[in-house]
Design a protein around this ligand. Structure first.
Ligand code: AQP
Length: 335
């Protein structure tokens, strides 16, 4: 069975972008029955930028609750937090020695995150994609469901696998594929159609959080930036209208419909009519998730037990692959 691996950082509350770009797809792949699915809370990635320890703990548990509330079943999928499977950090070190500085310097996410301040970024933030390669390849995963923004990192993972296999003259690490599908692979900020919706955006009005209540969701959608034109009748009419495109994409993804199909229905309407439809749909889809998250968060001990069990299952797959990697590299150890 092909293996699926993906992760989300516990670096703040979950956004609609994380849900539509990642989690909803994770659940679909779990339910497809064609894959072994492994989903991770990547806490080692989160600390590449400063995280308050108490907030990291809370965000890790909340993300676990979010995964389960969105439909990840810890019996069907392996669900755990990265730091508890030490093999991630161990393989990442080897990949730090395989990846080249020049490859990392081309990563647009790093450049976007640090801006002009690269000298002050953590070494971990620079090396982030090598850890991500370790996350995926530690399980010999071949399918990596991600949002559009992570495509370049999955491609780097392929380069690392290819170079490792070449340098050590083995055919050991598989070449993986990003799985980027659906109407909302890149959900944009509600305030600026050229910026990704992000949990770390200083403006809370720019995003919908999975924990927002119905009134907050409706208010954020009402205030979302738009243009004065009515909605077009087909997708071509969304060109050059990033805010309109974003809201239509969100609607289509939440409704499990194509953009064509949605525009055939709502084309010609004004935003004043469309926005309440979108708000109702978002509340209907996200409301049950946030209620279930809150219920799960009432029992943090149960969340911790789920993560501990998930880490044991992850380690069963990861440990032999790391052991074989060490053998290939020539490291002496128990036989
Ligand atoms: N706006 C988005 N649209 C579609 N997919 C998105 N993802 C994130 N934002 C969007 C996808 O969610 C998964 C987990 O992302 P992450 O939290 O690990 O890291 P990120 O991409 O850096 O997310 P944020 O929200 O922007 O976090 P911060 O602000 O901390 O950097 C990935 O599959 C990602 O593609």
């Amino acid at each position: 069975t092909p293996r699926v691996f993906s992760g989300i950082q516990p670096s703040g509350g979950l956004t609609l972008g994380n849900y539509l770009g990642a989690m909803k797809r994770f659940v679909e792949m779990q339910e497809a029955g064609e894959y072994e699915t492994i989903y991770c809370i990547v806490d080692l990635h989160a600390i590449t930028v400063w995280q308050d320890p108490a907030a990291l703990t809370r965000n890790t548990r909340e993300l676990c609750a979010g995964y389960i509330a969105a439909g990840i079943d810890p019996e069907k999928s392996v669900l755990f937090n990265q730091s508890q499977v030490a093999e991630h950090a161990q393989l990442a070190w080897i990949f730090n020695c395989v990846a080249r500085m020049g490859w990392m310097q081309r990563m647009t996410q790093f450049k976007d995150k640090v801006g002009k301040n690269a000298q002050n970024a953590s070494l971990g933030l620079f090396a982030y994609p090598a850890l991500m390669a370790a996350d995926i390849l530690l399980y010999h995963a071949t399918h990596v469901p991600v949002g559009e923004d992570q495509k370049q990192h999955v491609e780097l993972t392929r380069d690392i696998a290819i170079k490792f296999n070449h340098d050590y003259k083995v055919d050991f690490f598989p070449v993986c594929e990003p799985v980027i599908e659906g109407a909302a692979t890149r959900v944009m900020s509600l305030r600026d159609g050229s910026k990704k919706m992000s949990k770390s955006d200083p403006s809370d009005m720019s995003r919908i959080n999975l924990t927002d209540d119905a009134d907050t969701i409706a208010r954020k959608i009402r205030k979302a930036k738009t243009d004065p034109e009515p909605l077009p009748e087909d997708p071509k009419g969304l060109e050059g209208r990033p805010e309109a495109r974003n809201l239509v994409n969100i609607y289509a993804a939440l409704a499990d419909r194509t953009v064509e199909d949605v525009l055939a229905e709502i084309g010609g309407r004004q935003f004043s009519e469309f926005k309440p439809m979108l708000a109702d749909l978002a509340v209907a889809k996200l409301g049950p998730i946030s209620t279930e998250m809150a219920r799960l968060m009432d029992d943090p001990a149960e969340i911790d037990r789920i993560l501990t069990r998930g880490a044991e299952r992850a380690r069963e797959i990861a440990a032999p692959i790391l052991r074989r990697t060490y053998d290939i590299v020539g490291m002496v150890g128990p036989t």
